[in-house]
Ligand binder design. Structure first.
Ligand code: PGA
Length: 246
């Protein structure tokens, strides 16, 4: 698999309707065609509903399609869930699992691990999110929480390439904390993340997520392999600038 200098993932959450997602994808595709950034991998994660139309736009482009979640079973009586195989069929190559907004709805490490495993089994790349909450951070428990999340979520993973996204929950723009982490603080956690990854897993990259903006992304890009971006991925020019500055 080709290795990139930076991997920049847009997480559009539940923010864009189908028309908006397709328009934004088309705009980004044009911008990247005019000014190719060949050493950067760009991944767009629209809502499930918009994925089909976005997939059509991204055909024959360097931009990859991602999903914001997937279930761990292949098929069956699982109302409301989406299988990794059906996402693969659509042209999806990356799937976010264990985002803190899903963990806040009850997803636990074991479930996130099963989802990551299913993504790998379907030959896609899981973007596995971990991060401490504000309470955990303020209580001085961030390292302990990260170590637990990483080791438990990854414990049954096959030794295939995956991406770990460190997203301190309190630093996500919509968390309401009003706080952002300094790059130096985020970089400090890389060692704990690496030390907690099971020794059998050798092939991974670590990206950062949480209020990343065009003017801050560069602070992280020396130590992190890229970024998971929410708010700053919703406008073409802002996201394009962010990719360029990464
Ligand atoms: P943000 O979101 O960039 O708006 O903080 C990041 C994320 O939740 O993945």
């Amino acid at each position: 698999m080709k290795k990139y200098k930076q991997i920049i993932v847009a997480n559009w959450k539940m923010k864009l309707n189908v028309d908006e997602a397709t328009a934004l994808s088309a705009e980004l595709k044009d911008m990247l065609a005019k000014e190719p950034l060949a050493d950067k991998k760009v991944v767009l994660c629209p809502s499930f509903l918009a994925m089909h139309d976005v997939a059509n736009i991204l055909k024959n482009s360097e931009i990859s399609l991602g999903a914001q979640d997937a279930f761990y079973e292949e098929e069956g009586a699982f109302t409301g869930e989406v299988s990794p195989a059906s996402l693969k069929e659509l042209g999806c190559d990356y799937i976010i699992v264990g985002h803190s907004e899903r963990r806040a709805m009850g997803e636990v490490d074991e479930l996130v691990g099963k989802k990551a495993q299913a993504v790998l089994a379907n030959n896609m790349i899981p973007i596995i999110c971990v991060g401490e909450t504000l309470e955990e951070y303020e209580a001085g428990n961030a390292k302990e929480v990260l170590a637990r999340q990483v080791s438990k979520t990854l414990e049954n993973l096959d030794n295939k390439y995956f991406i770990l996204a460190y997203e301190p929950v309190w630093a996500i723009s919509t968390s309401g904390s009003g706080k952002t982490i300094t790059a130096a603080e985020a970089i400090e956690q890389i060692k704990i993340l690496k030390d907690s990854i099971p020794a059998s897993l050798k092939d991974f990259d670590i990206v950062y997520g949480g209020s990343v903006k065009p003017d801050t992304v560069g602070d992280f890009s020396k130590d992190f392999k890229g970024a998971l971006v929410g708010g700053a991925s919703l406008k073409a020019q802002t996201f394009f600038d962010l990719i360029k500055n990464s």
